[in-house]
Design a protein around this ligand. Structure first.
Ligand SMILES: Cc1cc2nc3c(=O)[nH]c(=O)nc-3n(C[C@H](O)[C@H](O)[C@H](O)COP(=O)(O)OP(=O)(O)OC[C@H]3O[C@@H](n4cnc5c(N)ncnc54)[C@H](O)[C@@H]3O)c2cc1C
Length: 496
């Protein structure tokens, strides 16, 4: 296709690796904001990033505003990097029917879809993230060293340092004590976006979730590179040990906060991996932290992306456990006012104030609570997409439907990720200031996570019995002297 043909850039294709030397069309459409209830800070981040990209490209960019993608893109001869959702790929097919549209292979991930397909075809047993990750390490050569027989071997002799990365929060501290995360400085484009979103809300046309607040995540390539550099030089060294811990006084812990920038396409995951690897080779960070982080990006992120396509468009509607509870209003509205359970209330409030909370809070607090309470998995999936600044359709099915809700019956995860309060009491500092006690299952102080855990196991025992990883927890049920009381209490519980 001639270089005069413009490239259409969607809102998650905003970095330099999505465009060659050519004109671009950047659609900014209002329809999705009307159809869904996005977190206000998510809407802000997306619009800010789109408008910054258009401003930075000057006369080579055309920002096209309208109600729908069809309205602003139909009939346009253009090239498109294959977009990231089933919905947008259907749109591209429609566009192809009415114009000369060249669709290029997707970008923004380490392995191409073709490479993943080839790898999946070589697997004789179930697809496992760990095997895919090792394959990726071999393919990219990242954290690989020359071995004795000339074959590359994993740096340090092992592919996985997970075992070194499971420390509880340090005692007697309110925070991890690491450097504060990188923060952007808002500019006039942010001001314009804020006024625009205020006007939309005032008109009653659109309603957002959560609180507005200063933008916390990169909206431009330059900001994303600054944020990456800041993370690598100040926080990566402590990433590993406390990766699985959570502290009330420390919303960011040692996490990178790079998921929004990666998912907007402002950073290419390969450059992130190379920067982290370089930091390890320079001796600035140890192997456990570098490997732990590299596994998140090259392993998990790529894994959930490829599973999104591999498992098909219907996967998101899986409901193996038959969970049908509607999300309670306090949950969907991010209103923790009446929630006395410290972990749930605190984490929900983090989502309200920032549209972001870290992995353990997503998985072992929000996801675990939702699973125990039988929330409808599809509704939960969509809520996560809307309520999180880094939420995208491709990232949720494997994480929410698979890993956190076990709604696929064990395709993505080998067992349900849920626990009683004892686990949270070890890996977080939430329980100390909670109205409930993790060791108490019945009565006024009964921890919703502990009682909810046993209630869940009992209710779903038949569905879980065939899973050998569940035999120990299910065996625990028979030893609970107060099980009847727990079940009776949880069957009518409405306060948490
Ligand atoms: C229920 C649930 C919901 C989630 N929702 C999202 C989401 O909306 N968007 C999102 O990008 N990630 C999501 N994740 C994965 C993970 O929690 C976030 O990527 C991470 O918390 C983002 O913060 P960070 O950038 O500081 O991550 P770090 O802890 O610094 O990790 C580095 C990077 O690794 C990648 N990563 C790590 N784990 C995963 C994973 N399981 N799936 C995909 N990428 C991963 C991310 O790009 C992340 O930026 C979800 C996980 C669960 C269990």
């Amino acid at each position: 296709m001639s270089p005069d043909v413009p490239r259409i850039l969607f809102a998650d294709q905003l970095g330099p690796h999505f465009v060659e030397d050519q004109r671009v069309i950047i659609p900014e459409v209002l329809g999705p904001f009307r159809r869904r209830r996005y977190h206000r800070q998510k809407a802000h981040l997306i619009l800010s990033a789109l408008r910054h990209r258009a401003a930075e490209m000057g006369s080579t960019a055309e920002l096209r505003r309208g109600e729908t993608y069809h309205e602003v893109l139909s009939g346009v001869d253009a090239s498109i990097v294959n977009p990231t959702s089933w919905g947008l790929r259907a749109l591209v097919q429609d566009l192809e029917a009415g114009a000369a549209v060249e669709v290029l292979p997707s970008r923004g991930f380490v392995a191409s879809e073709e490479e993943f397909g080839k790898w999946a075809g070589t697997q004789s047993t179930r697809l496992l993230m760990e095997n895919f990750y090792r394959h990726q390490r071999r393919e990219t050569g990242i954290l690989m060293a020359p071995g004795m027989n000339g074959e590359p071997e994993p740096e340090g002799g092992r592919f996985n340092f997970d075992h070194d990365n499971r420390e509880a929060p340090p005692k007697g501290q309110e925070t991890l004590g690491v450097a504060a995360p990188w923060y952007p400085t808002e500019d006039e484009i942010d001001q314009e976006v804020r006024e625009y979103l205020d006007a939309l809300e005032d008109s009653g046309d659109v309603s957002f979730l959560g609180a507005d607040g200063p933008r916390l995540f990169p909206a431009t390539r330059a900001e994303a590179l600054d944020a990456l550099e800041h993370f690598v030089t100040t926080r990566l060294a402590t990433f590993g040990p406390h990766e699985d811990a959570a502290m009330q006084g420390d919303w960011a812990m040692s996490h990178s906060l790079l998921s929004p920038a990666l998912n907007l396409g402002l950073l290419d995951p390969r450059e992130v991996l190379e920067r982290v690897e370089a930091s390890y080779h320079q001796g600035a960070v140890d192997l456990a932290s570098a490997e732990g982080f590299i596994r998140q990006v090259m392993g998990w992120r790529d894994w959930v992306w490829h599973l999104y396509w591999h498992l098909g468009a219907d996967f998101v509607d899986s409901n193996y456990l038959g969970h049908r509870e509607e999300l309670p209003t306090w949950w969907s509205e991010l209103d923790s006012t009446d929630i006395r359970s410290r972990c749930v209330g605190h984490v929900l409030d983090e989502v309200r104030t920032r549209g972001w909370t870290h992995h353990i809070n997503r998985l072992m607090v929000l996801g675990s609570f939702a699973l125990q309470r039988g929330f409808n998995p599809r509704a939960l999936n969509d809520w996560f997409v809307d309520a999180f600044v880094d939420g995208t359709p491709w990232v949720m099915p494997a994480n929410v439907i698979g890993m956190s809700q076990y709604a696929d019956g064990g395709v993505v995860a080998t067992k349900p990720y849920t626990s009683g309060g004892a686990y949270l009491n070890t890996m977080t500092n939430y329980c100390g200031s909670c109205a409930f006690k993790p060791t108490v299952r019945v009565g006024e102080k009964a921890c919703p996570m502990s009682a909810g855990y046993w209630n869940f196991l009992h209710t779903q025992a038949d569905a879980l019995r065939g899973n050998h990883r569940m035999s120990k927890p299910l065996g625990g049920l028979t030893r609970l002297s107060d099980l009847e009381h727990v079940l009776e209490q949880e069957s009518s519980r409405s306060e948490y």
